[in-house]
Ligand binder design. Structure first.
Ligand code: GTP
Ligand code: MG
Length: 416
């Protein structure tokens, strides 16, 4: 564990509550990265000091405090310009990091898949390139620990050209991976498989729900960004229809732009989903701002017109009554009994997007019957002796190949 000192600067545009919650979040992030926060130093200013972020006096104070408390890492709650970072590193005898680098560091620690690692490395290189001259010193002085992790750490300080080449190389590798995934996704679509995506602010309880809903194991931890690579598993709905559900990386306020770009392809799973399940920690004091953050990131990903439903999670932690608005549900991922109502709500949302069908299929059409059983919501199946046919009735996505092989009975459902 490294001793960490947090530094925040409150501008007139920030309310006390918002400022405190942002610092609290920074503290959680620092802990997630393996730091022990020994002090938090704050300052109110009209604007950020263009040279050193905080004022000269405050800088002296931070320097002294860091020495007294033996803090090897100073983390600023904001994004430092390359110039600010250079000057601060020169002035303070400790590693100087900003919020973006901290988040990048956590991402580097947690990325598991080859794609995740490449994306994080790319984001780190993009961030470091303009900062190389200022950071060269602090990077070589303090090898290892918070802010220095990641696959690309070794040669960073020495060679810009190496970095540029490496970035090009990573981009190429990523293109191949993304292309593969697209092909895989298209194949899934052609097979009529429906995709549900769990999204939400980091720590909302997505992975816990994912595990409960699929009875599988996914990294579930009281840490920020426990999940980085999307996990996709099968999930069986009460009607018997099996769809796919993905657990995704948590969102965060002011997600560094490098990371939005880096994780765009990972989050494309979300953009390709038929249903988005937005998980919100109902016990979170900053619930509205966080909900807004998720909604605006979804819209950035072009996913705001995908049908969605909201789960207000962690109801067991509520101290005051909460009424879940509209079609949303109030649940606890720890209450097994809530899983059925969640699955039923998902089923309803999926059925809404389907069209009803009614058809008679000859008993020897084995392949078609198998498709009907797996690719549609089958409500009724009756075998008719006389004609040796199956009378089937249910719901199917209108845009999959199977739909065109079935007679669509549009009378029994209102078109909205
Ligand atoms: N009390 C309570 N705790 C919950 C509930 N659901 C999840 N948690 C806890 O909240 C913490 C975060 O849960 P995760 O499932 O890892 O959250 P996540 O949304 O996947 O987080 P990231 O992967 O970091 O984005 C864990 O400690 C869970 O045990 C709940 O309904 N009630
Ligand atoms: Mg998770």
């Amino acid at each position: 564990m490294e001793n960490v000192l947090l530094v925040g600067c409150q501008l007139p545009s920030q309310s006390d509550r918002h400022f405190e919650s942002a610092l609290h979040e920074l503290e959680s992030l620092a802990q997630t990265a393996g730091g022990r926060v020994v002090a938090v130093s704050t300052q109110k200013r009209q604007q950020i000091d263009p040279a050193t972020y905080i004022g000269k006096g405050k800088l002296k104070e931070v320097e002294t405090l860091a020495k007294q408390l033996d803090a090897g890492v100073i983390i600023f709650n904001g994004e430092l310009s390359p110039g600010q970072q250079g000057r601060l590193s020169a002035a303070i005898d400790a590693k100087v990091l900003d919020r973006t680098q901290l988040i990048l560091d956590i991402f580097a620690m947690r990325a598991r898949s080859r794609e995740g690692r490449l994306q994080v490395e790319l984001a780190q290189l993009q961030y470091l390139l303009p900062r190389l001259s200022g950071m060269g010193d602090s990077l070589s002085r303090l090898g290892g620990g918070i802010g220095t992790r990641g696959p690309g750490e070794t040669k960073l300080e020495t060679d810009r050209r190496y970095i540029r080449n490496r970035m090009k190389d990573i981009s190429n590798q990523l293109q191949v991976i993304v292309h593969h995934r697209e092909r895989y996704r298209n194949r899934r679509l052609a097979n009529g498989q429906c995709q549900v995506a769990l999204v939400g602010y980091t720590n909302a309880g997505k992975s816990t729900l994912f595990n409960q809903l699929t009875s599988a194991r996914s990294l579930e931890e009281d840490k920020l960004f426990a999940t980085l690579d999307p996990l996709t598993r099968k999930m069986k709905l009460p009607c018997g229809y099996t769809c796919l559900i993905s657990d995704t990386v948590g969102f965060i306020q002011d997600l560094p732009t490098q990371l939005v770009a880096a994780f765009r392809s990972t989050l494309e799973e979300v953009a390709g989903a038929q249903l988005i399940v937005h998980v919100i920690d109902v016990s979170d004091p900053d619930i509205l701002a966080r909900e807004a953050t998720v909604l605006s990131l979804l819209s950035e990903l072009g996913a705001d017109d995908i049908p969605a439903m909201t789960l207000y999670n962690k109801k067991d932690l509520l101290k005051t009554p909460f009424i879940a608005p509209g079609e949303s549900l109030l649940v606890s991922a720890h209450a097994e009994g809530d899983m059925r109502s969640i699955l039923l709500a998902i089923e309803e949302k999926i059925t809404e997007q389907m069209v009803p069908y009614k058809a008679r299929i000859p008993a020897d059409e084995g392949k078609l019957l198998a498709e009907i059983r797996t690719q549609s919501i089958l409500k009724n199946e009756t075998f008719i002796e006389d004609s040796q046919t199956y009378e089937v009735e249910g719901y199917v996505f209108p845009d999959i190949p199977l739909a065109s092989s079935l007679t669509i009975d549009t009378f029994s459902k209102d078109e909205e």
